[in-house]
Design a protein around this ligand. Structure first.
Ligand code: GLN
Length: 473
């Protein structure tokens, strides 16, 4: 992005030219990829024109003023349709911008449009979108991952230089890994959630997707920071986009948890991640075998909490406060018919599961128990960071799977096997490409660090990005 910013600064290119080019690529690619639910051609060009005007006056809002972005369609954009990939919100135009969107605007980034996702961010493939599946740009018969599949595919297909996603259990990192791009799930509280439509507020974070680690770091620097409108946002923490340092590598202690290399892991993914680890070792890194045994409970704990929180958060879609109304003779029938018509089947499944685990007779056995296990997971994760600087694992157990391959919801839930732990413990985690498999599908490696250690994640990310696995890419 630095090169593009330099070209803008020196007048070699205008924002209108850049935006026009991306809009053209979108037109060429969308019939196959379907990364966008809404393309805002007019808005993006108008914002580009304003950016060019500011540049002409010598008053850009930031070095990135005029570089466009795509935004996941569960993040509120004032006046621009925000569907959460649900039929229910087909015509919903927010009256305000999410804080992250306001921040993009105050840095001068034109918004190209809103990207596809699984309905209300529930899923791992974008197949649960009411607006069609997003194909993987590396193989259109395969999924782009999810739930931020549109955001990852848009970057991979060259439809946007970078994008925003949300990650509750893996929804930025898993599609980043499937599409061969970089994605960060920031520390819980590092980025404001205000205006990002809630799936599970104790787990949700907004984060960047980009083609390179440096671009992801730059975008994160624009997003991070406290927000009085989000009670869970953390106080100000200085974040500097780190620079590449070869000598830094030798001092690293990297934890490798054996539980992430067990049954269920695709052999080619295992090989690729292990090759990256050997590469790091050759450059002086100390690899420390560690155990994160509580990860075996991560999926169950995550699903209990995510469904409980979702069932509560989604109560607002009733055809009155939000959502399209189905007319009926009395109000209760109107509520239930509106919800029955508006939500897709995965959303209904989760609302029912969540209502069950929160019900008076099951609350202790499920919800309360899951909270306790969450604490154990967090304690184990934090203890690991007393011994090592970062932990490295595969991002996902497999590469991108075929569209339609996972009919059983339980199978789909297993996509989060390696990613949910970071959400449950609130730590940041970065997915970086690590080569490709024998069919040319991208593979990803995940780096986790302790709370607010994003700078360290990006530094390690730089090293992996320049590693042997990505040489041919
Ligand atoms: N795949 C996970 C789920 O279905 C993750 C969702 C997310 O992170 N938004 O819940």
């Amino acid at each position: 992005m630095k090169k593009l910013a330099h070209r803008l600064e020196t007048g070699q290119v205008s924002s209108q030219e850049i935006v026009t080019q991306y809009l053209e690529t979108i037109k060429e690619q969308e019939a196959v990829v379907n990364a966008f639910i809404t393309v805002d051609e007019e808005g993006a060009l108008k914002q580009a024109e304003e950016a060019d005007r500011r540049r002409a006056l010598g008053r850009p809002l930031s070095p990135w003023d005029g570089i466009p972005i795509a935004v996941k369609d569960n993040i509120s954009t004032e006046g621009l349709r925000t569907t959460c990939a649900s039929k229910f919100l087909a015509n919903y135009r927010p009256l305000f911008d999410a804080t992250v969107v306001a921040k993009l605007r105050s840095s001068g980034l034109p918004i190209l449009g809103k990207t596809n996702l699984d309905e209300f961010a529930m899923g791992s493939s974008t197949e649960y979108s009411a607006y069609g599946v997003t194909s993987n740009p590396h193989d259109p018969e395969r999924v782009s991952g999810g739930s931020s599949g549109g955001s990852a595919a848009a970057v991979a297909a060259g439809e946007a230089p970078w994008s925003l996603g949300t990650d509750t259990g893996g929804s930025i990192r898993q599609p980043a890994s499937f599409c061969g791009v970089v994605g960060l799930k920031p520390t819980y509280g590092a980025v404001s959630r205000y205006g990002a439509v809630a799936l599970a507020p104790s787990l949700d974070q907004v984060g960047p997707l980009a083609a390179t680690v440096e671009d992801a770091a730059i975008l994160f620097s624009l997003l991070a920071g406290p927000d009085p409108r989000d009670a869970s946002s953390a106080e100000a923490r200085p974040f500097q986009v780190p620079y590449w340092e070869e000598e830094f590598v030798g001092s690293l202690r990297i934890g490798v948890p054996e539980e992430f290399f067990g049954p269920g892991l695709d052999p080619e993914v295992e090989q690729a991640v292990k090759a990256c680890l050997r590469d790091l070792e050759d450059r002086g890194v100390t690899l420390v075998p560690i155990s994160l045994a509580t990860n075996q409970y991560a999926i169950d704990t995550y699903l209990t909490l995510v469904t409980a929180e979702a069932s509560s958060c989604l109560a607002r879609y009733d055809g009155v406060r939000y959502g399209q109304r189905v007319q009926a003779a009395d109000s209760n029938t109107m509520f239930s018919q509106s919800r029955a018509a508006g939500f897709g089947s995965e959303v209904k499944r989760r609302i029912m599961l969540g209502t069950y685990v929160l019900s008076a007779s099951h609350y202790e056995a499920y919800y309360e128990q899951a909270q306790k296990v969450r604490t154990l997971i967090k304690q184990e994760v934090l203890a690991a960071f007393e011994r090592v600087d970062v932990v490295i694992t595969p991002t996902t157990p497999t590469p991108a799977f075929k569209i339609g391959a996972k009919r059983n919801p339980l199978e789909m839930y297993l996509s989060d096997l390696f990613t949910a732990m970071a959400n449950l413990s609130g730590i940041p985690a970065l997915s970086v490409p690590c080569g490709e498999n024998s069919q040319g599908l991208p593979l990803g490696i995940q780096i986790m660090a302790s709370h607010f250690q994003e700078e360290l994640l990006f530094k390690v990310g730089y090293v992996l990005e320049r590693g042997a696995a990505n040489e041919q890419l």
